[in-house]
Design a protein around this ligand. Structure first.
Ligand code: ADP
Ligand code: ZN
Length: 722
């Protein structure tokens, strides 16, 4: 058992090196068990924090931790990030030049490394294994461990031999980590790596910071653009089913001024690498991609994932949406769901020759559809599919945030039931809807279905709504759809019970369009400061030739932007997540300087608006009569009553105020004008600079007298807006 002292040491490393205050479950247990020399199998969702599970023991244990990873492209990022935390780390793979490789091996053999990342095919060469025996190995970490198993979805033959490590060095603890493995795959991994004593750590697969949204696909481009409005300047991925759609969408986004790039398997390797790199370095914000994109991309600050088309399975949906929000900050996943896409995927599946495989794919697609059509919490459906049960609604999906209205749908359900019966359960949903709506299309006339009494029994409900009703009834188990018969809607016992008058049906009101109420960010951040911090970080990263998030994460910058009063450098930064000792030394001054200068500017601006603005004098000094009018106003009298009291017109009183403003006196112009003031100020600043004043006045959306208009102009001039 790891002693209290060891636990404390692990915490110290967490704080000093990585800058974090607390472990996430089950990091601490995993770390302690490795420190005890035991094996561990870790199943944690993407972004859960798997890396620390082997990084901390590698730092603490004697010798070097060997990390086996299939993704060469990620090794550099990981090593860059570790180096910036002051950890001695390196990688050894085919991307290194001979001299670099030699240098890495020298450091390794002289026990200068805490961590070494190795590609499996390199590790299992005779020379490398011989080297290993000569030095002290702290642990073996097998990342993406599902690649070991043929049951997993990304089997890699070069992983199979990793089991040999155990035979060669039985005393070195081994840790296997993955984000995707069903029960079969888990057993297989443990067996193939000969990890018999391994304790298994499985954490929840929920990604609470991802908000799930599923909307009817109507006008996808408009829907996407509308969605992007809320995520200006943020990184995101848009998945489309085909290369053609990918390219079209990318071009359309570019036309709307969005820094987007296409990515698909048909592009030359070099171009793809560049796109990926541009995305990692935040030069490109939005990637429009086929599913080919993502496996090798470990970008923590992807804020949204959009599925333009229906994913083939819940597994793909979970994995692809999971690329959002690895840093734990608020993120969104939106799926555009259209029945056309369902039919498209169905046709693809019909072409699968092996009947067993076809059955599996149909089942997977149906589960996906039931998520898209679910009228209960999406997260419950999603996690339920992976055998994880949530007791409560999540309050962070579209269904929870904007629950559909329910109504007694027994009457329309009966209309459908009778129609399906009349049509012998032989027709798909589109045909049934046409039939209900009384269509005289050729296919209906040909079958003489217009002569049936049920024809046209649903003319008072529109086609979209009928489609939604039929879908819901399928979803609720009144019908099954037979794929082998072109998705014919066939009644079940439940439907027969309905016809017998034994059941009541509850339906959800059909809501066209994208419905989405946004719960905004929980922690308010200073957006202006955040932007400046991002700029500074990106500049430094560019200079050091590393990915921006390898330098400092968005979480760190968000927390910095929330800093209140700042007294010294180390104290407040030490409280910020991700600022370990090494980073405080390297970057503390630069960021603190920026924060301080921002604070000074912001507070002087605030003073200006808190206190009376300093007015710039233009006209002659105010007369006594003018000051007198103002004093009356200040005593609480309205312009009306001042004019009555003094026997002057309102115009004259307003002219007094104009003169006062021009003489640099403070006059509450907003108060005098009332509500139209803000509108006018805004519209004036947007006005065509070449228009005459009378034209501008005419164009205003608020009605102002000439004097009121001139008063506002004087005010604007007075505070230096021209
Ligand atoms: P995974 O490999 O499981 O996908 P990572 O190890 O890349 O996840 O971690 C995801 C993010 O969470 C990283 O930015 C990491 O620094 C951060 N993180 C990990 N553990 C903690 C922790 N205990 N406290 C705060 N942040 C953490
Ligand atoms: Zn929910």
């Amino acid at each position: 058992m790891a002693t209290k002292k060891v636990k404390q040491q692990a915490r110290n490393v967490l704080k000093d090196v990585f800058g974090y205050d607390d472990f996430r479950p089950p990091q601490e247990e995993v770390i302690c068990s490795i420190l005890d020399g035991k094996d561990a199998f870790v199943l944690m969702p993407t972004g859960g924090g798997k890396s620390l599970c082997y990084q901390i023991p590698s730092i603490m244990r004697e010798g070097t931790g060997i990390v086996i990873s299939p993704l060469i492209s990620l090794m550099k990022d990981q090593v860059d990030a570790l180096t910036r935390c002051g950890v001695a780390a390196a990688y050894y793979n085919s991307s290194l030049k001979a001299a670099e490789a030699k240098d890495v091996m020298e450091r390794f053999e002289n026990d200068k490394l805490d961590l070494l990342y190795v590609a499996p095919e390199r590790l299992l060469t005779k020379t490398f294994l011989n080297r290993l025996k000569k030095i002290k190995v702290a642990l073996f970490a097998v990342d993406e461990a599902h690649c070991v198993s043929q049951w997993g979805h990304d089997f890699r033959p070069e992983y199979v031999r990793l089991g040999e490590l155990r035979e060669q060095m039985p005393e070195v603890p081994m840790i296997a980590l993955t984000a995707t493995a069903d029960v079969h795959t888990r057993d297989d991994i443990v067996k193939r790596l000969s990890m018999k004593r391994a304790k298994r750590y499985v954490s929840s697969f929920d990604r609470p910071n991802i908000r799930y949204l599923i909307a009817e696909k109507r006008q996808p481009l408009t829907q996407v653009l509308q969605f992007l409005e809320d995520w200006k300047d943020c990184s995101g991925i848009i998945y489309c089913l085909s290369r053609k759609r990918v390219e079209e969408m990318a071009v359309n986004l570019q036309r709307h001024g969005i820094r987007a790039s296409a990515y698909h398997a048909g592009m030359p390797g070099r171009t793809r690498e560049k796109v990926q790199d541009d995305f990692l370095r935040d030069r490109v914000k939005v990637i429009v991609a086929t599913i080919a994109f993502g496996m090798g991309v470990d970008k923590p600050n992807v804020r949204f994932v959009i599925h333009h088309d229906l994913p083939k399975s819940m597994e793909s949906y979970y994995q692809e949406t999971g690329r959002a929000g690895r840093d734990g900050l608020e993120s969104e996943a939106m799926l555009l769901y259209g029945s056309g896409d369902v039919n498209l995927v169905r046709r693809l599946i019909e072409n699968v020759e092996n009947p067993e495989q076809r059955r599996v794919e149909v089942h997977k697609l149906n589960s996906m559809i039931s998520l898209a059509e679910s009228l209960t919490c999406r997260r419950r459906v999603l996690l339920g599919y992976f055998n994880e049960y949530m007791g409560e609604n999540c309050n962070n999906c579209d269904v929870c945030l904007d629950p559909p209205e329910q109504y007694d749908g027994t009457a329309p359900a009966l209309i459908v039931a009778k129609a399906v019966q009349a049509l012998n359960g032989d027709h798909a949903s589109g045909y049934i809807v046409d039939f209900l709506r009384g269509s005289k299309s050729k296919r209906i006339l040909d079958k003489k279905h217009d002569e049936l009494p049920e024809h046209g029994t649903g003319t008072d409900i529109n086609a979209d709504e009928w489609t939604s009703i039929v879908r819901q009834l399928v979803h609720q188990g009144y019908y099954v759809q037979d794929i082998s018969r072109r998705a014919a809607v066939m009644p079940t016992d439940k439907s027969r019970a309905l016809l017998a008058g034994e059941l009541k049906v509850t339906l959800s009101k059909y809501q066209p369009g994208l419905k989405r109420k946004l719960k905004r960010f929980t922690v308010p951040k200073d957006n202006n400061l955040f932007k400046k911090l991002v700029e500074l970080r990106d500049g430094l990263a560019e200079a050091e030739d590393v990915a921006p998030h390898a330098l400092l994460s968005d979480v760190t910058l968000t927390e910095m932007s929330q800093l209140g009063k700042i007294d010294g450098v180390t104290a407040p930064f030490a409280r910020i997540s991700g600022m370990g000792t090494h980073k405080i030394d390297a970057y503390g001054d630069a960021f603190m300087g920026l924060i301080q200068s921002h604070k000074i500017k912001a507070s002087s601006k605030k003073k200006l608006s808190d206190d009376k603005p300093v007015l710039l004098a233009k006209g002659p000094a105010a007369t006594d009569a003018q000051t007198y009018s103002w004093n009356l106003y200040k005593s609480g009298k309205s312009v009306d009553s001042i004019s009555a009291e003094q026997g002057m017109s309102q115009k004259t009183i307003l002219n007094h105020f104009i003169a006062l403003v021009r003489a640099a006196n403070y006059v509450e112009v907003r108060d005098i004008i009332g509500e139209p003031f803000d509108v006018a100020m805004q519209e004036l600043s947007d006005a065509d600079p070449y228009a005459s004043l009378s034209e501008i006045k005419q164009d205003l959306s608020v009605d102002l007298s000439n004097e009121e208009f001139r008063l506002i102009l004087a005010w604007r001039e007075g505070i230096g807006v021209s």
